[in-house]
Design a protein around this ligand. Structure first.
Ligand SMILES: [Zn+2]
Length: 203
């Protein structure tokens, strides 16, 4: 089986409970410590086997890490791992999932080297749309008035007017293009940084 490591919890000296996102499930498996085992790190894509046990939790076996290009780039790796942590929170106590999420992570991974923050912002829009949480009617979620000029975004990319969230917003056309086409073409690096920071508040 193949999956992304979302989280690890240390139990009993060196053993781990490992949370893995696979195509249709979030698995929580027990991994006994052993010197010959490959490294288990949050964000890693792995091939593995799930071994049934007589106790409550199945065992994680034969882990093989699948390499990707940015693995040795500390900055990119940190951005990736921080995003994966949000995913872990998103699936807290969830067991069954749609294959959308695994495919989304694969897409992100395959394009990550290009410009990690842009790729995350674009794919987050896809996630919001898939979950029916993309607010592309451009009404302020606080005062409910239509937004015509500049738009501010809150956690979850909720749209607000500049009166309700008093800080400099984004040009509405840029955000409309982002929401409708899932493309960040019109946004400069500073704007991407702002969008990334909002994303990091939680998905
Ligand atoms: Zn408002």
């Amino acid at each position: 089986m193949r999956g992304f490591i979302l989280h690890t919890t240390l139990v009993k000296e060196e053993d781990l409970v490992v949370t893995i996102l696979t195509k249709n499930k979030i698995l929580r498996l027990y991994r006994f410590y052993g010197a010959r085992h490959s490294t288990i790190n949050v964000g890693f894509l792995i091939d593995f086997e799930e071994e049934e046990t007589s106790v409550q939790i199945n065992r994680l076996r034969n882990v093989m890490q699948i390499g990707f290009e940015f693995l040795l780039d500390i900055n990119k790796m940190m951005i990736w791992q921080n995003f994966i942590k949000l995913f872990n929170e998103h699936f807290f106590e969830v067991e069954e999932i749609d294959s959308f999420y695994f495919d989304l992570l694969m897409d992100i991974l395959n394009n990550f080297d290009r410009n990690p923050k842009r790729v995350l912002v674009e794919n987050y829009i896809k996630l919001l749309e898939f979950e029916g949480r993309l607010h592309n009617e451009f009404e302020c979620f606080l005062c409910e008035k239509p937004i015509n000029n500049r738009v501010n975004l809150a956690r979850g990319y909720l749209t607000a007017c500049e009166e309700c969230i008093p800080k400099k917003g984004f040009e509405i056309e840029k955000i409309k293009t982002l929401f409708n086409e899932k493309k960040t073409l019109l946004l400069d690096e500073k704007e991407i940084e702002s969008l990334y920071k909002i994303l990091m508040l939680g998905i």
